[in-house]
Design a protein around this ligand. Structure first.
Ligand code: ZN
Length: 174
């Protein structure tokens, strides 16, 4: 599509070392793939909804896995165009996306990753919210080398108290 920005993994090395590069999450190329994944993976729908871990891979495909699995596992250790949590809801015969966020401390994607998420969901022709239902801002503290999830627009490191920049800065982590 339109030059979506790739994100590299910025999470813990321990998790990265456990990644099986042969494994990837379940690719969703049509809505019926979601139902298939639920059956194959023995997922349980509660209150007519189901939360999953998702990434958008570099081929602009939606890939999902169990909500308790790490994004980096879902991505087979590769870079992603987006990552977060997705909630599918089920009503009669239809499946739609009721909630979606960019919550991934493994990739710390910008809220702007919504653009590619929306593009991919539109391709699937699945109903979805107009924007992330929760959009997180992540910042890297260069001082104590930790990942911060910004709360209430306070740009201050929760660990060491250092000021955090207004702009996304995980490129500084490499
Ligand atoms: Zn800090």
């Amino acid at each position: 599509m339109k030059n979506a920005e790739p994100y590299f993994y910025v999470g813990s090395k321990e998790i990265a070392e456990r990644v099986d590069k042969q494994y990837e999450g379940h690719k969703i190329t049509q809505i019926s793939d979601i139902q298939q994944w639920i059956e194959n993976d023995h997922q349980t729908i509660e209150n007519e909804s189901l939360i999953a871990t998702f990434i958008i891979n570099l081929q602009e495909e939606l890939v999902i896995s169990d909500r308790h699995s790490e994004h980096v596992m879902c991505a087979g250790g590769r870079n992603v165009l987006a990552a977060g949590e997705i909630t599918f809801s089920f009503e009669k015969e239809t499946i739609f996306v009721s909630e979606i966020s960019n919550q991934s401390t493994g990739y710390c994607p910008k809220p702007a990753s919504w653009e590619i998420v929306e593009f991919v969901l539109d391709q699937l022709e699945i109903e979805h919210p107009e924007y992330f239902t929760i959009a997180y801002e992540f910042r890297y503290c260069e001082h104590c080398k930790t990942t911060n999830l910004i709360k209430e627009a306070i740009y201050e490191c929760a660990v060491c108290g250092a000021d955090l920049p207004a702009e996304w800065n995980f490129d500084k982590r490499k």
